[in-house]
Design a protein. Structure first.
Lengths: 132, 137
């Protein structure tokens, strides 16, 4: 069982299944949302995901139509994205995980939009936009 | 002038001076706060830093004694890392900058706490814990 929690410990979740599609996203919205060089995320099936505590502490920001980014309103930790057009799966930022998810980001996407101050130095495939 | 803003654009700030001492921090608190592989910060003089809009939306969370992390209450963007004993310095999360900060991260710090799913590559120095990094430019 994989679990994750926010910085203040108020919100905690568990994931019963596997994560898939792990990648690093360099788009400007992800960089701004996380305040970081890039966002590392994976896909999790909604049926496998469960809030253990603190669901009432989540704030949701609709960053583009139908995409909602959830964060802890106490400490600001970025925790989950949900999609109106694909409610059967969530986008999971890897940074709040407490254990090893067993997967690693396998590619970089939206590299055309990456931060000028960050140099990608690994050998993972790089895509200028989102590959089809 | 270096400008920054959160994802929802409610919080906007400006830095009139130069940024210095940029580094990638892999500590577990930065990873959780950002929800990312690591946080990247650079230092500004507080006198050079000005909030242009949305000051009332800047939430403060004291993550350890004397350390405050800020974020936008509306969209959650991580903004700053502040040491209460050193109010003359503001550490800025580079991810929310709209302009090129000029400086480049010079080291990875707290690599002993890095995420198991992230491999550090490249030639920057790596420090097990915190290290004072001096950026030359």
């Amino acid at each position: 069982m994989l679990s994750g929690s926010c910085l203040c410990g108020g919100v905690r979740y568990e994931i019963a299944g596997r994560l898939t599609g792990a990648l690093n996203c360099h788009c400007s919205m992800c960089r701004k949302a996380h305040g970081a060089a890039f966002r590392s995320r994976a896909r999790v099936r909604a049926a496998d995901f469960r809030w253990v505590r603190g669901e009432e502490l989540l704030a949701w920001y609709e960053s583009s139509p139908g995409t909602h980014r959830g964060f802890c309103r106490v400490c600001g930790s970025k925790l989950l994205s949900r999609f109106d057009r694909g409610p059967s799966a969530y986008g999971l930022p890897l940074g709040a995980l407490d254990g090893d998810p067993g997967v690693k980001p396998a590619l970089h996407v939206f590299v055309a939009h990456k931060a000028p101050w960050f140099q990608i130095s690994d050998r993972l495939p790089q895509h200028a936009e989102l590959p089809r | 002038m270096i400008r920054g803003s959160c994802l929802c654009q409610a919080v906007r700030f400006e830095i009139v001076g130069k940024l210095s001492a940029a580094s990638h921090c892999h500590c577990s608190m930065c990873r959780k706060a950002h929800g990312a592989a690591f946080g990247t910060y650079a230092a500004a003089k507080a006198e050079d830093f000005r909030v242009v809009s949305g000051e009332d939306l800047i939430m403060r969370y004291r993550s350890s004694p004397g350390i405050v992390r800020t974020f936008c209450a509306r969209c959650g963007s991580t903004l700053q890392w502040l040491r209460e004993s050193k109010p003359e310095i503001v550490d800025i999360a580079l991810g929310v900058l709209d302009d090129d900060p000029g400086v480049r991260p010079a080291a990875h710090i707290y690599v002993g706490s890095k995420a198991p799913w992230y491999e550090i590559t490249g030639g920057l120095p790596r420090h097990e814990a915190g290290a004072v990094t001096q950026q030359g430019n």
